[in-house]
Design a protein around this ligand. Structure first.
Ligand code: F6P
Length: 357
């Protein structure tokens, strides 16, 4: 018999509740273990008493399709430099480590991106925890794994936004700019851009020039195309290399910027009437796509099986059409950007989409 904990950490995304459901069905249903859902990630372990929910199969019955995370999450409050009310930062890792032992946990499943994994792994090493990780992020930037929970849903939402913009752009002969998330990577932009028929895709992995971009727009106008769709990843800089959009860099909280910057450049050259949509957190919410539900279910079952086999410090991954696992350290050491020579870039170029350079 084992008692395992599970928490969701970092920014939420679609599919987190589906993972918890799969973990409970496997751990409780197959192995007869106990599962404790830890609320608000490590904040739940800092609370006294710890904030946990006992999860059984009935509790998670409807969790497959629910967006967000019923366990709650946080992406502030690094336990090694925890922001205190008086403005100071304090190392509170000991308190969190002790809570794991006081709850009598035999293992912990942490669902998070690379930042959360690094923190959880440090706690696990320092506190002798048995940790298994599951990758989630709409940004798709976790190394090694080909899939992370939440990415597919975000791509679906961004693609649908382009589909909608398409018609209004054509009706008004406008350039429509869609700014999407992705943190330091352009995965959402390149995937949704191809799937949604964008004419221009800008990602941080490939430098671009405003002059070339405007030339492209004029070329299309000359050929009789009366509108254009541009998708831009939030971390694309301006031509001076400065980052404009910054959603959660310490001390800043600005959503949107690079889209408006591009619109100003296009308008100041009198190319076309231009409008900007900043998709923002819409990409994170809502019902998980079938692929995210499937990945979440497979990852949840695999994580419990790793615990049954007492294989810890492992991240569940999707590689070569299979669910596997890798040491967490390997995955977080390899930040995963869009490969500028990869298939998606070749596809986009082959379609005549302007990508920069
Ligand atoms: O990492 C997920 C993500 O949504 C990024 O794409 C984005 O930059 C950031 O989190 C937004 O963070 P917050 O929810 O703190 O504004």
């Amino acid at each position: 018999h084992k008692r395992i904990g599970i928490l969701t950490s970092g920014g939420d995304c679609a599919g987190l509740n589906a993972v918890v459901r799969a973990v409970v069905r496997r751990a409780v249903g197959t192995y007869g273990w106990e599962v404790l859902g830890i609320q608000q990630a490590t904040l739940g372990l800092l609370a006294n008493p710890a904030k946990v929910l006992s999860l059984d199969i009935k509790t998670v019955d409807s969790w497959l399709t629910a967006g967000g995370t019923y366990l709650g999450t946080t992406n502030t409050g690094n336990p090694f430099a925890f922001p205190m009310e008086d403005g100071t930062l304090r190392d509170r890792s000991e308190e969190i480590i002790n809570a794991y032992h006081q709850l009598g946990l035999n293992a912990l499943i942490g669902i998070g991106g690379d930042g959360s994994m690094a923190i959880l792994r440090k706690l696990a090493q320092q506190g002798n925890w048995n940790l298994v990780g599951i990758p989630k992020t709409i940004d798709n930037d976790v190394g090694i794994t080909e899939r992370s929970i939440g990415f597919d849903t975000a791509v679906n939402i961004a693609t649908e936004a382009l589909d909608r913009l398409h018609f209004t752009a054509a009706s008004h002969s406008r350039v429509m700019i869609l700014e999407v998330m992705g943190r330091d990577a352009g995965h959402i932009a390149i995937s949704a851009g191809i799937a949604g028929g964008a004419d221009i895709i800008l990602i941080p992995e490939i430098p671009y020039s405003i002059e070339r971009l405007c030339q492209k727009l004029k070329e299309w106008q000359r050929r009789g195309k009366n509108y254009a769709l541009i998708i831009v990843a939030e971390s694309v800089p301006n031509v001076d290399g400065e980052h404009i959009t910054s959603t959660n860099t310490a001390g800043q909280c600005r959503l949107g910027g690079v889209g408006q910057y591009l619109a100003d450049q296009i308008c100041s050259r009198n190319i076309a009437e231009t409008r900007v949509t900043v998709l923002g957190h819409i990409q994170r919410g809502g019902i998980p796509s079938p692929l995210d539900r499937l990945t979440a279910s497979a990852f949840g079952v695999a994580a419990v099986d790793l615990i049954a086999a007492e294989q810890y410090d492992q991240l569940v991954t999707w590689q070569n059409r299979m669910v596997k696992s890798e040491p967490i350290a390997n995955a977080i050491a390899q930040y995963h950007c869009v490969d500028p020579d990869g298939t998606l870039i070749k596809t986009a170029r082959g379609l005549g989409i302007y990508l920069g350079e």
